[in-house]
Write a protein that binds this ligand. Structure first.
Ligand code: UDP
Length: 140
């Protein structure tokens, strides 16, 4: 299996409750390496761009508000099959459908405030990483 990189966000509901370390422990326990990480506050424009694919959806406004409600932690994760593996660590988008032991099962407050984001494809991972990190900020 190939070594991949994926993009992760620990969302404002997670940073607000001081869960950065708890989520990172699950990431590292799954064998993923955090090769870049920083805490930032998204602008409204950045949040709208990041979730542009959902612009027409009824939850878009609420999603953008929740993403700018406080600091986020953006990360690059590296490892074998990292994109799929991190989606498994996160669990289903809706926490009531997420498997035991996943980030969202343990920590998510709702479908919207579901604690973390992970890229869903290699193409999106590359786009999302480039939105937040320059090459020399990622140290594998
Ligand atoms: N979301 C929401 N309501 C929904 C579906 C999604 O608020 O009915 C939010 C949720 O925060 C989710 C994000 O929009 O994480 C992006 O949705 P997507 O379907 O891409 O889920 P993900 O890839 O994050 O699991």
């Amino acid at each position: 299996m190939a070594i991949e990189r994926t993009f992760s966000i620990l969302k404002p509901d997670a940073t607000r409750r001081n869960l950065t370390g708890a989520v990172n422990a699950l990431i590292e326990a799954a064998g993923l390496r955090i090769v870049a990480q920083k805490r930032v506050l998204l602008s409204r424009a950045q949040a709208e761009t990041f979730y542009a694919v959902h612009k027409a959806r009824p939850f878009f406004g609420e999603l953008v508000e929740s993403m700018i409600a406080g600091p986020i932690v953006v990360q690059v994760l590296e490892g074998e099959d990292a994109i799929k593996k991190y989606r498994e660590v996160l669990g289903a988008t809706d926490p009531s459908k997420a498997a035991e032991g996943t980030v969202r099962k343990q920590f998510a407050l709702s479908v919207g405030e579901n604690s973390a984001h992970g890229s869903d494809s290699p193409e999106n991972a590359a786009i999302e990483i480039a939105q937040f990190f320059s090459g020399n900020e990622i140290v594998g």
